[in-house]
Structure formats: structure tokens, C-alpha cells
Unconditional design. Structure first.
Length: 461
């Protein structure tokens, strides 16, 4: 439908942070949405005489931003929250892999519902899941996750993960939790063929995502990269998360993680990696040179005592950086909007101190930075005419924020702000803090029941 004939939605009288290239902001402005796209934006009220306006939203007391973009998550972990709370990464993985290896399709669906509901309610309009646990006979896990995202109404990237290095081959996951090399590649290609959409307004995309250097073989990494480039999709994995991982790579491959990834074809502008905590200057230069992206997960890095990623140095070098929740077995809150604050605060504990990040840089990480990392900066991540209408209206006139004059500072430094309205492609998915397309109470019951069922099965061994 042409934009001139499309139904229009108008949001006005709100502060606006566009997160465009110039960081344009309006103390009081408007956005006009026509169909699925942003039609116009500017200061003051919307123009008079607009046709086909089906809804006007008075944004007084609110801040309008691009929707938040999550760049790293593991949805299935929603049903194993609160376990192994005093472990580092490797010990945590060893403790939880035997439980995770027993998930099945109903569990994956319920966990995806819980993860998506929590993020969407907190302003996420583009979600991502790195799912890499595919036990034999577990059912259609990828299909269940994608179905949950579609029902929630958010834009979604499934990073179809895989593991083929079990404990007998020097890896961390138990042997019964891994796939074969050929099986993982074939299943990943089938998922791309069935679900990937490369259109401008795509709601579902697929990435190739072997799990990590310590759970996959070199062959799966290199052949996975070849598969992704043959199919024209992006690549995702974990990288440089802990000192233990760096030691593992040196002992097994004779080089650090970044050099190992480069040797297997895993640096490039179609690649993004989670964490990247332990990066030296040479590593950062390599990421900048190749435009390899980073999913920064501050809460999970702190939860697992992994360390503080050098985000200010990455940004200064030109590395694309977005924010990630990470799995909720290492970030029990599961909310990306809290990562804006945590990214800013935790990075100020590093060498750059108070100059590490400011409020607007944090907001950019969670919006446009995430769009860059997912390869969708032309479509989303900022409020600009022609982009998809993925928008969030945050309420800032309540007790929690009303005495903070600057709205971006209020959003990032303050308590988690309520979401009055969240749009994905111009379609409301949240209103007044409640999800519109799924029953939150039913999801809560389902996730509790599936968590208990998984715990029983794991206990039986």
C-alpha cells in the first residue's frame, strides 16, 4: 500500500531521541507513522491536514526512542534461572549442561515465551536468540522458538547454534548433548531455507552460530562460515569471554581466540561475537579492520565474574557494538533496558572511569548499535523517515523520573522506565506496560511448570 493511502498513527508532544547520525533530539516533537514505516519526524505538533489518521497518542511526559535491539540471548535458560549462582563460566557450564541437554520442544517454547515477554515488556522490539542445544529426539526446537517470537509480535533473529565437541573430544558439553558435524550443518541450512527472510521489513532472520571455541570443532567453525556466506546470512558465536577460554585456545590451537577465529574465516562485517571481554589492542584492531561486531553483555559478564569488556576502546576504534541480555541463567532479570544503565556504570569501573560512556552512548548501544551488529542499520535502530516504525514511548513523569530534567539521562541513569507504548512495524505490542498479544500470567504459569518438569527429569538423570 502506498504511504499516502496508508493508515497513519501520530505520536506528539513528547521528547524524542532519534539516535540518528547527528543524535538529533527534540524537547517536544512528533513522529508520523504510515503503515509499517516512519513517514516523518520533527519538532512541535504533527502537521495539520494529515489524512487517514486512525490514532493520535499524546506523549506529554514521555520520551520516544527507537525500539531496543537485543543482540545476544539464550531463551531456553529462562527455565534454569537461579542455579549455579556462585560459579565462573566454565564451572557454570559444567554444572548446567547436563540439565540443558534434557530440554524438549514444550520447554523451549515456554522458555522462549518467557524470555520474549520480559524483553518486549521492557522496550525490546528486535530480539535475538542464540540456541545451540539440540538433544536428539527433542522435537522442533527452532520452530518452537520462532513461533513464540511471532506470537509475541517482535522482530526476531534466530542464531541457529550447534555443538559438536563433547567431553570425549576435550570440550565442555557432555557427549549426549552435541550434534555431529554433518548433522549440525544440514539442520542449520534447513532452518535458513525454511525461515530466513531478507526483505526490508523482515520479521524473522536466521544466522549461522556454532556455540564457542570450546564446544565446537575447527571444521564446524570453518564450514559454518562457508555455509553462511553461501546462503547470504550472518555469523554469530561467543568470543574472548573469559581468561579460561583464552587459555583453552592457546593450549588447543596454539593461538588466542581472535587469531583462531580469523584462521577459520570468522572475522568480517557479517560476523558478530558475544562478550569479547578479554581483548588486547591487536584483537580490537582486527575487529575494527574487519568490522566484526560485538554483543556487549554487562550483567552476565559481572554475574560470571568474566571481567569488564573494553567497550570505550572498541567504539573509539570503530568496532560495531550492541547490547545483549545473554541467557537468563546468567542474567536472571532478562531485561535489556537495564543493560543501558549497567553498560554505563560497569564500564566506568574500568580504566576510562567517568569518561567511559555517557547516557547517549549507552542508548545508542541499545538501539542503533544493535541494528548495526545484526546487519539491519538501514532498516531500524534510529528514528528516521523511511525506516521501519519500531518505536518505544517511555513514561518519565512519575515519581521514579520526574525530577530529572534531561529525559535521556532519566531513561539511562534512572530506574527502569515504564513503557506506555511499543510499536513493531507500526503495530502495538505493548500498551501501558502490558503485552497485547500474549497472556503474561499464562506464560508465567507455563514457564514455572516447564522449569519444574526439567528439574525433575534432570534429577532422575
Amino acid at each position: 500500500m502506498a504511504a499516502t493511502a496508508a493508515q497513519r498513527l501520530v505520536i506528539e508532544n513528547c521528547a524524542i531521541a532519534t539516535v540518528d547520525a547527528d543524535d538529533t533530539e527534540y524537547a517536544s516533537g512528533h513522529v508520523v507513522v504510515a503503515g509499517t514505516r516512519i513517514e516523518s519526524i520533527g519538532p512541535g505538533p504533527a502537521p495539520e491536514g494529515l489524512q487517514n489518521v486512525v490514532r493520535r497518542v499524546d506523549g506529554t511526559g514521555h520520551l520516544l526512542t527507537p525500539g531496543l535491539v537485543n543482540t545476544h540471548h539464550h531463551f531456553y535458560q529462562w527455565i534454569t534461572r537461579g542455579l549455579a549462582t556462585d560459579h565462573n563460566l566454565f564451572d557454570w557450564l559444567v554444572a548446567l549442561y547436563p540439565t540443558w541437554a534434557r530440554i524438549d520442544e514444550p520447554m523451549a517454547y515456554a522458555a522462549a515465551q518467557g524470555s520474549l515477554a520480559m524483553m518486549a515488556r521492557g522496550g525490546v522490539t528486535t530480539a535475538m536468540d542464540h540456541h545451540y542445544v539440540y538433544p536428539r529426539g527433542a522435537g522442533d526446537l527452532s520452530g518452537a522458538i520462532i513461533r513464540a517470537a511471532s506470537e509475541t509480535g517482535v522482530r526476531f533473529t534466530l542464531a541457529r547454534g550447534s555443538m559438536d565437541r563433547g567431553t570425549s573430544d576435550g570440550g565442555l558439553p557432555p557427549d549426549f548433548a552435541v550434534e555431529s558435524l554433518d548433522g549440525a550443518l544440514a539442520a542449520t541450512e534447513a532452518t535458513i531455507d525454511q525461515y530466513h527472510d531478507d526483505s526490508f521489513d523482515a520479521m524473522t532472520q536466521i544466522a549461522v552460530a556454532p556455540c564457542s571455541p570450546f564446544s565446537v570443532t575447527t571444521e564446524l567453525l570453518s564450514q559454518g562460515a562457508e555455509l553462511a556466506r553461501r546462503k547470504g546470512v550472518r555469523l554469530h558465536t561467543h568470543g574472548s569471554e573469559t581468561v579460561e577460554e583464552e587459555k583453552f585456545c592457546h593450549e588447543l590451537f596454539g593461538m588466542g581466540p581472535t587469531d583462531y577465529f580469523e584462521s577459520t574465516g570468522w572475522l568480517g562485517d557479517d560476523v558478530w561475537m558475544a562478550h569479547c571481554v578479554h581483548m588486547n589492542d591487536s584483537d580490537i584492531d582486527a575487529f575494527a579492520r574487519t568490522r566484526t561486531g560485538v554483543a556487549h553483555c554487562p550483567s552476565s559478564n559481572a554475574r560470571l565474574a568474566a571481567g569488564i569488556a573494553r567497550v570505550p576502546d572498541m567504539l573509539a576504534a570503530g568496532v560495531p557494538v550492541g547490547l545483549g541480555v545473554d541467557g537468563t541463567a546468567s542474567n536472571e532479570s532478562g531485561e535489556l533496558h537495564t543493560e543501558l544503565r549497567n553498560a554505563l556504570l560497569i564500564n566506568r569501573l574500568g580504566s576510562h572511569r567517568e569518561a567511559a560512556l555517557n547516557a547517549r552512548q549507552a542508548l545508542r548501544l541499545g538501539t542503533f548499535g544493535g541494528a548495526q551488529v545484526l546487519g539491519r542499520a538501514e532498516q531500524l535502530g534510529s528514528i528516521e523517515a523511511g525506516k521501519v516504525a519500531d518505536l518505544v514511548l517511555w513514561r518519565l513523569d512519575t515519581l521514579a523520573h520526574a525530577s530529572i530534567a534531561d529525559p535521556v539521562t532519566a531513561l539511562v541513569f534512572g530506574a527502569a522506565a515504564p513503557v506506555t507504548l511499543s510499536l513493531v512495524g507500526g503495530r502495538p505490542v505493548v500498551e501501558d506496560g502490558r503485552l497485547l498479544h500474549v497472556d503474561e500470567d499464562a506464560v508465567a504459569r507455563s514457564t514455572r511448570d516447564e522449569a519444574r518438569r526439567l528439574a525433575r527429569i534432570a534429577a532422575e538423570g
